[in-house]
Structure formats: C-alpha cells, structure tokens
Design a protein around this ligand. Sequence first.
Ligand code: MN
Length: 495
Amino acid sequence: MAGYTFWFCVGSQDLYGEATLRNVAEHARIMVEDINASSDLPYPLVLKPVLISAAHIHQTFVEASQDPSCAGVITWMHTFSPAKSWIAGLKANTKPLMHLHTQFNEEIPYDEIDMDFMNENQSAHGGREYGHMVTRMGLTRKVVAGHWKNPVVRERVASWMRTAVGIVESGKLRVLRVADNMRNVAVTEGDKVEAQLKFGWEVDAWPVNDLVDAVNAVNQADVKAQVEAYYEQYDIILDGRDKDDFKNHVAVQAQIELGFERFMVEKNYHAIVTHFDDLGGLKQLPGLAIQRLMEKGYGFGAEGDWKTAGMVRLMKLMTRDVKNAKGTSMLEDYTYNLVPGKEGILQAHMLEICPSLAQGKPAIRCQPLSMGSREDPARLVFTSKTGPGVAVSLVDLGTRFRLIIAEVDCKQVEKPMPKLPVATVLWTPQPDFTTGLEAWILAGGAHHTAFSYDLSVEQMMDWAEHMGVEALVIDRHTSLRTFKQEIMLGHAFYR
Ligand code: MN
C-alpha cells in the first residue's frame, strides 16, 4: 500500500487584503504542523497554498486527483470564500473529500474582538457558503465540525482518513476466485460487473489447478522453514495423533500458504476465495494457510464468496497500523445460544478465521472435516477477544448492492468447547439480541460477514455513502418500526 497523504486546502478571498491572507496562511501552517507533530492522525497532512481563485482551486483539485499518494482532500474555509470559485475544482475532484468545519481560535476573544478579527475568522460564515455548494452539486463529502485541537475532532478526522484509504484502495482491489460459488447458494452470489462499476473491484476466476501448480512449485526447504516458524509461533494440540504424521499435515498447509501467496503476489491479487468442493489437486482444504494469509492482510471469502473477500481486504487496509488493533476477519453466523439472559451468536467457520482476533496464543489442531473429500486439514484454533465490533454483509439484491452494518458485542463464551476444533467468536448484536437478529434477517443479511474490532459503524457508513450504495445500520439506536421504514426508503431511493 502506498504511503498515503491528505491534502489540506484552505479557502479564503482577497477582499480583506494581503495581511489577512498572510494570517490565514500562517494559521493553516500552525495547524498542519501541530497536527502532524502529534500522532493523532494515521496519515500526514500536506499543506497547500491558500486558495482564493477559481483557476487555482481547479488546478489544485486536478493535481490532487493525479497524485497517487493523495488519499483525500481536507478543505477548510478560514474566511469567506465565494463558492462559485469552487465549482470547477469540485467537479474535477476524484479524491475522497472532507469539509473540516473549524476555526483557528477556540474562544471568542471578548476583550479584543473587532470587525477586522471577525472578517478574518469567519468560518461560521464561509463554511456555510462552501457547504451549500457541495450539497447543491450533490457531492459526497464528510463534514466534521469543532475546534481543530479537540481530541474528539481529531479522532473523527483520523477515522475518516481510514475510510478514505478504504475508498481509494477499493478502486485497486483485485479478487482471485479459485472456484465458483457453492452450488445453489444464493447470498454469496452477485453481479461482478456491477461490483467493478460501483466499487472498482476486479473479480477474476482461475482454475484451481493453476494454484496447485504454484503450490507444488514451492521447494521443500521453504516448506520446512515455514513449519518450523509455525511450531515456534503456535501451540500444538496433537489430539492423540502421531506427531510426525501431524507435522506432515501441517506441512501441507505451509506449502499451500507459500504457493498461494506467490501466485497472488505474481498476479497482483489482494483477496482470495476458495470452495471446499472444488479443490483440484490440493490435498487439504486450505485452513491454516488461509488463516495466515488473512493475518498478513489478504481478504478471504469461503465457498466462493468474493463480496466478503473484498470487504475483508478493505477493512484490513482501513485498520492498518491501528494502535492496539484487536483484529479483522471473515466470520460466519453458525449457531445460537437462546438461553434467556445469555443470548448470543456463535461465529465460526469450517476453518478460516483470522488469528488477528485471537485472545492469547492460537494452537494448531488437525481434525476431520465433516464435508469434502480431502485429508484432515490443519487449522489454527483459538477463542477471540471481547468487546465491541462491527460486522458487515454486502448483498446483491438483484438490481443493486446493499451494505448491512451491525454493531455487535463480543463476549466470553460461558464454558470451554473442547470438542469444537475451530476458532470462535460469540457476540450479541445491538440494540439487543432479538431486535438485532430480526433486523438482520429483514435486511437480507448473509451468514458470512466481514468483521473488525477496530472499525466503527460511522466508518463503514461513510464508505458505503461514497460508493453510492445503500447502507442499513443495526446499532444501539435501531428500532424495528423505523428500520422497516428505512428499508422502504432504500427501495425507493436506490432503485
Ligand atoms: Mn461459509
């Protein structure tokens, strides 16, 4: 991923003279230097010269659009900046756009304030002029209001920067389909042409045996080194198996990991799907191998689910270098606990849960699959961290996409599950188990989700808004009565 930057563009005008414009530039410089010197934002701001003419504004947006390292443009109207000057520039803009509605001073300087001060510091005035134009042009932008030193404001700018990276990277995403969708399954299907138009995703199919060739081409010394690395990093649970035979099973996954990754790097893919029923010459369903690839940042969807694979990849990029990150993975709604007061949904999959979610050290186990026709696959087993997270499901409704975004609370399972040889998460949806569940079903949400502890509902909503697709949110504010109305509104608006 490129070392992204965000352009900081300040609007003003020459009505108040050179001295005012010098102050505007100086204020912007102080702000950018202060923000960049802090570690509050994940990407640096690049200060641009103060914008006062339509030609200069247009030129600046054209340059931003052409700069591959620019992931977004943050605009701030320091003084009044007549918004007709912004039309050509905003039309030319292709980058995610933020309107930071702030002002340099935090407090009204009661003893000193005069008309010169007010004319110089009138973002309350100028921000409205600019905001009106962006609204009139129908452009998607993020508005963040408040003083620029306020930690909440900085946190919201930081969160949006991550969303902007998800937007920019979406346009570069390439998903490798090793197999088609699982036969007869509806919700993992979708219109790949429309996905490329809406999200920029290229979704390609490759014969599974082309990947098998890449796996077979990995030399045994590399496989051996990889297995040794696994044995150092993870616990081993033999379950009574012969330890050499166990190690051979693990080596199969090590070879798949290396072969798949080399294939993806060589052909520039960022996400992958597999299907347990279409494995060609693979000896095992990729389990540990896929878990490792997800941990490295690749997207994954099971049973041919390329929509989930794409979302997992983007959410991994959006959470890159988050301090104390707790993890991001594909998950699947598997089974319920319906005991009153202890309700929850057990999230798991046959094998493929990203170990970034793990609480403590994962362990390798090797157990039969209850389906498919290959040898027992090695996989990482763990329980996951607790706390809030966001789960999303991208579904294709036939004429359009919908992103369902749910706020969930991950909890400790009440008791260990020694006979369950897969990684798990237990969560309760917001606003409560029943409402969250019924809303998800009404929204047409899938059993596969892309999940992260490190992203918010707001970030995923902003991503969907920029993509021009419907977002249905199930969170602490959801009531079924208004949720049904939102579904009806979506049908009318997004037809
Ligand atoms: Mn599945």
